[in-house]
Write a protein that binds this ligand. Structure first.
Ligand code: DLL
Length: 433
């Protein structure tokens, strides 16, 4: 166990957690009601008064917040403290229109850094580690969050930020980095680049990977673990709720513990908003229990997953979330069938390919088409047409079995699909619906 295992919180009995959440929630709802007119109005519109909220069980009565609310309240409409009490902002990497801006007081930053330090410690990190952070620094929360956590843990922190792969590798080797923090797609790329430079897994000093910010499969985890010779841990979070560290994996690597002393999680039916029982798949909703500057209540993440309170042998009692299957807005509906890119990725990785692929969806003569472009790995690369056809058939059969629909698979030469330094863009939807 690392030296940032906050046992008094992370191993609280479920009853004590509920008690603590209840106490924090009642304080938080008052803070929000009094200081965020935007949310107060939403409550009033729904016919809910502050006096109707007597315990955490009443959270069900509160209105949801969504990305649309954040856009209409942009930039300061959901701010709950005077701007002069804030010390930082971060922003999402939204591709269209206004970005989401999240504000932090110093106490908010301290709490967030604690969450990231817990994540590093849960993966086995200690103050003796050299922590190489290749998440982007700047408005994105990845760099700043893990940087804060690494400092709290007392690691030697290498704030590499993203980009310049050769320089990244030079620092990893020269400073003998033992922890690597970046997106899983960039970790896979770094692994590929290091292999090409002639490094075998045992030459690479890294031991632990803290990878998140995008969906990735178990197969991809195994691949990265093998090429880099590390144990790879998942970390989850979102700008609106703070950043990385809302949830993280422990040594068991069986789902991510949600920092329940700070964030209350619900799973809802995305169509009806009804709260679903533990264990069912649905949309993850978070309420921040003690953030001061940007205290979102019932924020709809659009991430689809399920929760479990089954006992974890690491000793932590905090509820665990499964790896998100994808975002409800990533889910493609192709010929009426729900398709998550992660399902296609699973087929590819199970057949020995790396996660270098592109999914192209179009509509021709009123019918959806699904094209999957996959890179061959250098050792499977061939110009033998028969062999390529055979490989293509295996993949389209696998996709048909996984999804129930046919895909046109094309195999392309190694290194022909662009790599990403941050979150990978794998879907191109050309349909104009
Ligand atoms: O991606 C924060 C983060 C940085 C998390 C570094 C982990 C590591 P946003 O840019 O606001 O924040 O994007 C949040 O990314 O709603 C999920 O859809 C997705 N996401 C984040 N972590 C994971 C993960 C950061 N481990 C959105 N698995 C979230 C799957 C993830 N999806």
């Amino acid at each position: 166990m690392g030296n940032y295992f906050q046992e008094e919180f992370e191993c609280m009995s479920p009853e004590k957690i509920k008690e603590l959440q209840n106490e924090k929630f009642l304080r938080q709802i008052k803070h929000v009601y009094e200081n965020v007119p935007y949310y107060r109005k939403k409550m009033v519109d729904k016919g809910v008064n502050l006096s109707d909220i007597k315990s955490l069980d009443d959270i069900k009565k509160l209105p949801f917040l969504s990305k649309a609310d954040l856009k209409s309240a942009y930039p300061q409409g959901l701010l709950a403290v005077p701007l002069k009490d804030c010390v930082r902002i971060h922003s999402t990497s939204g591709t269209t229109g206004k970005r989401v801006v999240s504000f932090y007081t110093q106490a908010d930053i301290d709490m967030w850094n604690d969450c990231c330090a817990r994540a590093l410690a849960a993966a086995g990190g200690t103050k003796d580690d050299v922590c190489h952070i290749a998440y982007g620094y700047g408005l994105f929360t990845g760099g700043a969050g893990l940087d804060g956590g690494s400092h709290k843990l007392g690691c030697l922190t290498v704030p590499a930020s993203s980009g310049n792969t050769e320089r990244q590798i030079m620092f990893i080797m020269d400073l003998q980095a033992t922890i690597l923090c970046c997106t899983p797609s960039y970790a896979a790329y770094l692994g590929e680049a290091m292999k090409e430079m002639g490094y075998a897994p045992e030459d690479i000093p890294l031991k632990i990977g803290i990878f998140g910010a995008e969906a990735w499969s178990e197969e991809m985890r195994r691949d990265i673990e093998k090429t880099l010779g590390i144990k790879a841990y998942d970390i989850y979070g979102l700008t609106e709720i703070s950043g990385p560290g809302v949830a993280f994996e422990c040594s068991e690597q069986k789902g991510m513990h949600i920092n329940e002393d700070h964030f209350y999680a619900e799973i809802i039916n995305p169509d009806t908003g009804e709260v679903l029982p533990e264990g069912e798949y649905g949309e993850l909703v978070f309420s921040s229990l003690d953030k001061q500057a940007f205290p979102l209540l019932r924020y709809r993440t659009r991430d689809i997953c399920r929760l479990t309170r089954e006992k974890c042998s690491c000793g932590r009692t905090h509820i665990r979330m499964e790896k998100p299957k994808g975002r409800s807005d990533d889910m493609l509906i192709i010929r009426g069938v729900n398709v998550f890119p992660s399902q296609i990725e699973t087929v590819l990785l199970n057949n020995g390919y790396a996660a270098n692929y592109q999914i192209i969806v179009d509509r021709v003569n009123n019918t959806d088409t699904l094209d999957v472009k996959v890179e061959m790995t250098p050792d499977m690369f061939t110009d033998n047409v028969g062999e390529i056809d055979e490989r293509r058939k295996t993949l389209s059969d696998g996709i048909k079995t996984m999804l129930g629909i046919k895909a046109k698979v094309s195999l392309v030469a190694p290194k022909t699909i662009a790599r990403s330094e941050g979150k990978a863009v794998r879907v191109i939807d050309k349909r104009k619906i």
